[in-house]
Design a protein around this ligand. Sequence first.
Ligand SMILES: Cc1cc2nc3c(=O)[nH]c(=O)nc-3n(C[C@H](O)[C@H](O)[C@H](O)COP(=O)(O)OP(=O)(O)OC[C@H]3O[C@@H](n4cnc5c(N)ncnc54)[C@H](O)[C@@H]3O)c2cc1C
Length: 353
Amino acid sequence: MTLASPPVAHIAVIGAGIAGLACAQALTDAGLAVTLFDKARGPGGRMSSRHRPDAVVDLGAQAFTARDPAFIAALDTWRHAGCAAGWPDSAWRAGPGGWQRIHDGRERFCGAPRMSAITRYLADQVEQAGAALHPATRIRAIDGAPGALRLQSEQGDIFGPYTQVVIAVPPPQAEPLVQPWDNVLGERCRHLAQRACWAGWAIFDAPLPTPQGVDANWQQAHAEHPALRLVSRNQRKPGRDRQPESVTLLAHSDWSEAHLEDAPAQVADVLLDALATLFSGQPLPALVEHGAHRWRYSQPADGGAFRPENGFIIGAAGLALCGDSLRGGRVEDAWLSGHRLGQRLGQGLTGCD
Ligand SMILES: Cc1cc2nc3c(=O)[nH]c(=O)nc-3n(C[C@H](O)[C@H](O)[C@H](O)COP(=O)(O)OP(=O)(O)OC[C@H]3O[C@@H](n4cnc5c(N)ncnc54)[C@H](O)[C@@H]3O)c2cc1C
């Protein structure tokens, strides 16, 4: 008689934003088999960038900070690989009283030559380590049994079995996946609400005007405007000096939620008009193209009381949750949440510290 060998650990990760990729990297580092799924055409999630014929515009996070030593070490690797760099170093507050330079003493970073270069780099690393990535695959349900979980895609494909499923998507999108399996995880997801954000973008045929007293290479402006919150000049980001002037225009959460169902073209016009008000009558250059992207789940609402201390949750039925919402709402939080969950699962499934 032969004894049945124990099932080989194989982990599915739903969501290839920075949290899912950091988790996958920690799992492959521990020698585990990993398969990633993302509903989008490529990895990146809220760090994604839009490619237009003339320019690349970042649609989500524009820049991020680094505080935790583990994240600083990862960032050093990305900078060394050339996919991240310091930016911005010329940030301003722009309002009816004029423009004032912001000096908060904190260094910030972005992807180079686009924000999604960081998540592309991480995806390449995990694929080289043997993980499989299925883009354009929205997971609609989890079935099977604990220890042998299967994933159903929207297209009707079945993947698995998996010993563990990591869900690295915003909580409102995680909730329908976990609720049939784990009430406790479902309840957590319901309490971790997300704010919306409209992200406008525009490409011009010449540089934007320089307000009086402002450095011509200004990179970011925090706008005092009822709709517009932040202006980022993509062409002033590292590695993009050959592209024409382009801006990303982030709206306030309150305004975005009040206009959530507006047509993107209408939102793009409002944000462009708001941009024009920052230059006290100096005209904007001619527009080449503009548009707007709606983030229904952009950053967490204050869910502090429902966040686990370690920044991730391992549930009872073989499901685990990670992502920015579980920790704080920033790129660094997302990476740390995924990285630490991956390390914990790696220790549990391989028995190695
Ligand atoms: C407009 C905006 C501005 C921001 N500004 C900043 C900032 O200034 N500083 C900062 O640090 N952070 C900022 N952030 C937040 C930062 O982008 C996020 O914290 C971080 O990118 C979240 O990463 P994540 O991996 O947790 O989630 P995500 O990046 O959202 O990744 C989740 C992934 O899951 C996929 N997915 C969802 N459902 C499914 C499904 N059913 N099946 C398969 N795939 C699925 C999605 O396509 C997505 O790729 C901003 C975000 C936005 C949108």
